[in-house]
Design a protein. Sequence first.
Lengths: 225, 121
Amino acid sequence: MDSATSDRAALQATADNGLKIVVVGGFGVGKTTMVRSVSEIRPLNTEETMTRAGEAVDHLDGVQSKTSTTVAFDFGRISLDERSVLYLFGAPGQERFWFLWDRLFSGTLGAVVLVDTRRLADSWYAIDRLEHHGTPFIVACNDFGGPLHTEQQIREALALSDDVPLVECDARDRSSSKYVLITLVEYLHALSQRGAGARSGALDTAPSAAARTGLAPAKTPEPTP
Amino acid sequence: MTRPRRPGRDDDPDRLYTLTGGRSRSDSDAFDLVTLVVSECEPTPGMQSEHATILRMCQLPTAVVEISAALGLPVSIVRIMLSDLLDTGRISARHPRTARVADRLPDPDILEQVLVGLRNL
């Protein structure tokens, strides 16, 4: 265990405020790549075990019920100044990991939805969940060299409201990933200065979420507490 | 327990219960993933080895999620061990100042600090 700790770069003694940004997206879209390109440490991996006895946690047809589920996620770190440390989480966007989102997103500044324009439908669920949570987000299209789409085509395919920033990026590239994060935080800053207007802005997106759900295949019902 | 087991650490769930004295959930949800933990004392002989490792690695502030990754233990297990260490005064916790504000955006001042930090990367 000591070997696992010896190669990690320590934070400054004055660090006292941890901040979170979550990078979400479908499998293989480049979440870990983006975290790696901006992180000051090699991305680390850990897991969260969720135990909820007696609740219908999983909706896995044909699999006998169980009360504990384990999900792995990656993260990296950026020291912003002597007190603030930003943690970047690569979160699985798949539907069966819905239960992880609440905990990961509690207190998060905002989210980057990383999309592969060849598989836009993989992002529907992530965007639905973020809108449902009221978590502000931007969409970043990772460049896989696929066919070019216009911004309007992508917005329509994602049923994305016009005020949500949409950027292109290369998740492998540090400056490109840094630009994505800056775009997100500038957007958050604009929202926070609009104050109460930000919340109604989140509500404005509800019709588009409904439109997208209409296109999507059958969804797992919203869990009830 | 008749259900088939997956290979890996699920093979030995008993070990996790041993680490936490049989508890499977933390009494408090005080520890966020990014709460920074700082040791308030040195490890002592006879101390549970995971506790000793936490005290060694938290001589400088270390996030809960980094402790979890270094120990190779689920975050929920680490939270329970940290609660024990906090209750006995062996660590202190620096909680995120933006956490648990469900319906509000972060303070513009904090966001400006984040922007400065990101632009300086």
